[in-house]
Design a protein around this ligand. Sequence first.
Ligand code: HAM
Length: 422
Amino acid sequence: MSEGFKRVKGFADIYGPQALLFQRMEQTARAIFSRYAFEELRTPIVESTSLFQRSIGQQTDVVQKEMFVIPDRKGRLLSLRPEATAGVLRACAEERLDRSGRLVRVFTIGPMFRYEQPQKGRMRQFHQINCEFLGTDSPFADAELITMLMGFLGKLDIGEIKLKINSLGCRACRPAYVEKLKSWLAGKEENLCGDCQNRLEKNPLRLLDCKEEGCKNILKEAPSLLENNCAACREHFDKTLELLNIAAIKWEIDNHLVRGLDYYQRVTFEVVSDGLGAQTAVAGGGRYDGLLAQIGGSDLPGLGFACGMERLALLMREAAMPGLDFYLLVMDEAALPKGFILAQQLRNNGFSGEMNYSSASFKSLMRHAAKSGAKFGLILGSEEIAKNCVTIKNFASGEQIQSAQENLAESLRHLLENLSEN
Ligand code: HAM
């Protein structure tokens, strides 16, 4: 026998209870988001590498180190999407959704790819539930989007979570803050970690959220980003917080929250949980006014967020597999076509189940039936064929009754209802 194949490092198969959790997240997302006028938009998994360079930022870790880049046969560089925002905005511009005269509210659900060191809650292929909202710079949009996110997460039963929020300022006020931060850091370079020494020139804001203890200690005294916001940014931020209060959403200001993607302006946020080990963020997002124009769309402001589905699944209570309604045991080879029709009729009536495709001993069929996890066994043997009936066995209690074949769906429904009542 040849050696089997293995999953690629950082990639996972999703099945069984985890697949059910993913289904529940998706159903909940669709139900909640549609109440806020969000529509689905599915974009390709592959985009031009330059789209991500232009939007996420040339100096970010995502673009510098984490993209899966694939040259096509003509040598053009394509990338597996490391996040959804860039592709969604590209699609909005290309499909001219940004010129519809309406606010654009879209969600997308699917796999993303980042070449990171895998650990609990950190994969190379992971899944995001992602929302983007284009066309308004009103703080009502920020507050409504965050309220929707918290409402969605609240429905998933993931235990205690915290909303951290900050304002990164805008193109008008941030450059001055960055200069201030750089001069404050002058003379402290040697005590920073290697990564931060590199970021100092290219991406100094990222120093604020370095996780190294040494850097954290130095940076906690740094000039405050929020206090250096211009009046318009501050007003936007305060109004957002006020609206979150009205919506009874708890928040905590985190002055060091800058996020790893360069496109953010003004309000940024993360939702964190203690239940995840080193990877604490289950969701993150913020405003990115100017990004759409930067990638060739109209000059609409925008904002959005993404949740990590693997991380949410780690926090959700594992759902029990629902189990099949029936396993049809056909004892006689000649009765298999009759069994095939009966099973089909039951499925057409909404029941789930399976049957055997070749005859075998009663004992071996019962073994298969038990493995299927079905609630009821439907036995079709020679006696049942002669009497035009089926024996229904409750696998949990061992009780058996007979039902006429033409009433089988009705009998099964009755028995299943009794089961769920008990
Ligand atoms: P992000 O913070 O890079 O933001 O990712 C959002 C969420 O995706 C994280 O909070 C985390 O739950 C999950 N995530 C990220 N990387 C991994 C990984 N390697 N393994 C497992 N889960 C992961 C964005 O992607 C932005 N595009 C969000 C956004 C949308 N901002 C505006 N619109």
